[in-house]
Design a protein around this ligand. Structure first.
Ligand SMILES: Cc1cc2nc3c(=O)[nH]c(=O)nc-3n(C[C@H](O)[C@H](O)[C@H](O)COP(=O)(O)OP(=O)(O)OC[C@H]3O[C@@H](n4cnc5c(N)ncnc54)[C@H](O)[C@@H]3O)c2cc1C
Length: 405
């Protein structure tokens, strides 16, 4: 909005954009196009110079809990033109774009609206300050205060899965283990609804642009960004803490108790405890008609605040970026005098209802699959069927090798 010439102030309760969990973020073509427009060519090029191209790395695969290869993983909805960027790098670039419009360590505590379509809009902050605006946009993520104000209640709910994630440098793994994981992302599934995602991030190795001098990534070498998943109902209570050492130990114990072999767990055992964090998956409405259930006005919201998206589709951040771009486009038309603010917000929210609910539905497919293996029948089926699948994958591999020799 700032780049489009609007007078804008961004308040964020975080004091430091770099002080956040450092998972990678996959941005599809639509999100990249939106970001180019929003950031301008210079910052966008710097972001791409720090990104790795999904198309350049081998296809994702899946394993079972004992480390046996099951085959290629068909990632629903993955755009081959996607790029992976480091989350901290993305936040730093966005903060730079916001420039002196960004007010950090500023926690919003209340939203107020005077009655009537032109009633004043105010945001109150923890330090006692008040901001007045023509339009207030809540981009305040899961458990959004702005959405609770608009809808009169939270519109997101727990998804039934708790995740623990961390980062492990490929160099810190045994060479044999690093070779099994390879320069690709993978998902390992086990009994009792347990799963372990290993995302491969290598901005230098699979660079999108040949422009190393522009690289701003905080990821220094090939890194696995792992995420273990447990059904909330059976997850150990200790998984809700903040102590990285303890979280790592609890995660390992819980996976071992579910029968996981040591090989797949090495990526967790060798992780830097400072990078380990746990987060319950939160999910927004899966139907467009339940998304943003309020009349259009001078307060709106976007991104996870409206359509909170579990990480299982890798689309939440990209969709938030596309929302922001769509809103700016509508507001530019208001300034040009071709539509009213009310119409602009209405059109924006109508489109966001469809866009947001579609990605929420996509991301919940994997969550449901994980939860299906958590039942006694699902666990038994997992234990029985995956070894058979692994054997057939191994046989196909052996036959392929024989026919090549
Ligand atoms: C492990 C993991 C991996 C993921 N991987 C991907 C991926 O590969 N690709 C992808 O597209 N998505 C991914 N996602 C999802 C993605 O992170 C979210 O969808 C995305 O961050 C949503 O962006 P947002 O700006 O709407 O909300 P957020 O990123 O949650 O940002 C909300 C901001 O609002 C601030 N805030 C909140 N409340 C207040 C308040 N009261 N006052 C002031 N400030 C406030 C917060 O400090 C924060 O900076 C992943 C998520 C996780 C947990």
């Amino acid at each position: 909005m700032r780049r489009a010439g609007f007078d804008v102030v961004v308040h964020d309760r975080d004091a430091d954009p770099a002080a956040t969990g450092g998972y990678h973020i996959t941005l599809d073509r639509a999100a990249q196009d939106a970001l180019r427009d929003l950031l301008g060519p210079e910052l966008h090029t710097r972001l791409l110079a720090s990104a790795s191209a999904v198309r350049r790395r081998p296809p994702d695969v899946w394993f079972d809990w004992r480390g046996r290869l099951l085959g290629d993983l068909d990632v629903a909805g993955l755009d081959p033109d996607s790029v992976d960027v480091d989350r901290i790098t993305l936040r730093l670039v966005l903060a730079e774009a916001a420039g002196d419009s960004l007010v950090l360590a500023s926690t919003c505590t209340a939203v107020e609206r005077d009655p009537g379509p032109d009633g004043e809009v105010r945001a109150r902050f923890a330090d006692g300050s008040v901001a007045r605006a023509d339009l207030l946009v809540g981009a305040d993520g899961p458990q959004s205060l702005v959405v609770a104000h608009l809808a009169g209640r939270p519109t997101s709910r727990p998804a039934g899965v708790v995740g623990v994630s961390g980062r492990t440098r490929a160099d810190d793994l045994d060479p044999g283990r690093a070779a099994v994981l390879g320069p690709r992302s993978s998902l390992a599934v086990g009994p009792g609804g347990t799963a372990l995602y290993c995302g491969y991030l290598d901005p230098a190795g699979f660079a999108v642009l040949d422009a190393a001098h522009l690289r701003a990534s905080v990821t220094t070498g090939p890194t696995y960004v792992w995420g273990a998943m447990f059904p909330t109902a059976t997850a150990p209570r200790d998984l809700r803490g903040r102590d990285g050492d303890r979280l790592r130990a609890t995660t390992l114990d819980a996976l071992r108790a579910a029968g996981w072999a040591e090989g797949p767990l090495q990526v967790i055992a060798r992780t830097d405890p400072a990078t380990v964090a746990s987060y319950p998956f939160t999910v927004g409405p899966e139907r467009a008609r339940d998304t943003a259930p309020w009349p259009a006005g001078r307060v709106t919201a976007l991104g996870d605040a409206v359509h909170c998206t579990p990480p299982t589709a890798g689309k939440g951040a990209g969709t938030a970026v596309v929302d922001a771009h769509a809103l700016v486009r509508e507001l530019v038309a208001v300034r040009a005098g071709t539509q009213t603010l009310h119409t602009a917000v209405s059109v924006f929210e109508r489109d966001m209802r469809h866009r947001g609910s579609a990605v929420v539905e996509l991301s919940m497919r994997t969550v449901r699959r994980v939860l299906a293996t958590a039942t006694p029948a699902g666990s038994a089926l997992t234990r029985a069927s995956l070894p058979l699948l692994a054997r057939s994958t191994a046989l196909r591999g052996a036959r392929g090798r024989r026919s090549r020799t």
